[in-house]
Design a protein. Structure first.
Length: 321
């Protein structure tokens, strides 16, 4: 090969595969797989630059990509059963409302109960940390999946099951006509006691233990945070700044059929009222591949290809000089 061409391709290969450099953005793709409209809300952590959007609507089946700067931290959630008051022009949602009165949340967070997807990008050791949390309750099923990235627990997490139908009656938030559950409070949100909220004398992992309520959440959604000190089984990490997809109602069979915007009554099936056990939880999640091991394999292969290309490029350069 012509020497200059060889140098060109070597440098090209190196620049393509030694990336991402610090400062690279991650792309988050938010998808609404629910059979009703969801209005995602985004809250950046204190001290983190706000994003170009803090709230928008996603019709059934719609997706939206959002570029996040490196080092970003914050949370995503879904608002449901939203409408604009014809007289006042105020935008409000029955669940996950941020109180801004508009579709943009502009620095306001979700009113519990709401399922949260929490992220710290490029944290300790350069790793991304993420989780799906039911500590503030549940309103809609969510799945977070990295695309690319590496590490032993760089994998999907979320709460795929319908916890509205399965919510203990004392924790239920009902729709306006009281005909169906639209959200499920956490025990802390409902009873506000130190024991459930892990505060006061219960403010440490040793003293705050799971409750029967948090255990029911954990059983339905084993990868999600069920109470404040649930870190071990609920925090996931990725190296290599992957992109992420966040999907509302990842499994159509378990999605909450709360009344849609037109006010159609709920038609939830009897099976959605049963808390499913852990072996059934990821049924829907695994639609994207046949098994977790293939899923990891698919994710890893671009990395391997990248590594091989880099080695070839370095070898070519060493031949030149
Ligand atoms: C993932 O890895 C982190 C860091 O090693 C660890 O703290 C966490 O418990 C792990 N999470 C799971 C679900 O295994
Ligand atoms: C979970 O449910 C499935 C189907 O009902 C059942 O076959 C399985 O034994 C259950 N597993 C556990 C751990 O309860």
């Amino acid at each position: 090969m012509d020497r200059r061409l060889a140098v060109f391709f070597s440098l090209l290969a190196i620049s393509l595969h030694l990336l991402p450099l610090p400062g690279d953005a991650s792309t988050f793709t938010i998808t609404n797989n629910c059979d009703y409209t969801v209005w995602p809300g985004i809250l950046s952590n204190a001290g983190v630059a706000p994003l170009s959007t803090t709230g928008f609507s996603l019709q059934k089946g719609e997706s939206k990509p959002i570029a996040l700067p490196s080092g970003w931290g914050g949370r995503f959630w879904g608002r449901t059963l939203c409408s604009t008051d014809k007289k006042t022009g105020q935008f409000t949602c029955l669940t996950g409302d941020c109180g801004s009165g508009k579709i943009e949340c502009s620095g306001a967070g979700a009113l519990p109960p709401a399922t949260l997807a929490e992220f710290t990008l490029d944290g300790s050791g350069g790793m991304d940390f993420y989780d799906v949390s039911l500590v503030d309750g549940y309103n809609v099923a969510m799945l977070v999946a990295p695309r690319g990235g590496s590490g032993p627990n760089c994998t999907f997490t979320g709460c795929v099951n319908d916890l509205n139908g399965a919510c203990p009656s004392e924790l239920r938030v009902m729709s306006e006509g009281e005909e169906s559950a639209v959200a499920c409070k956490s025990a802390c949100g409902k009873f506000n006691s130190p024991q459930y909220c892990c505060s006061g004398t219960y403010g440490s992992p040793d003293t705050c233990k799971p409750s029967s309520y948090s255990l029911a959440f954990k059983k339905a959604c084993p990868r999600a945070y069920s109470y404040a000190y649930d870190d071990k089984s609920s925090t996931f990490t990725c190296k290599g700044s992957p992109d992420y997809t966040i999907t509302f109602c990842p499994s159509p069979t378990t999605s909450q059929k709360a009344s849609d915007e037109e006010g159609t009554p709920s038609t939830s099936s009897p099976s959605s009222n049963v808390i499913m056990n852990s072996s059934m939880v990821y049924e829907g999640a695994l639609d994207m591949s046949s098994s977790p091991s293939t899923y990891n394999h698919v994710l890893c292969s671009p990395l391997i290809a990248g590594g091989v290309a880099t080695i070839i490029a370095i070898w070519r350069l060493s031949q030149l000089f």
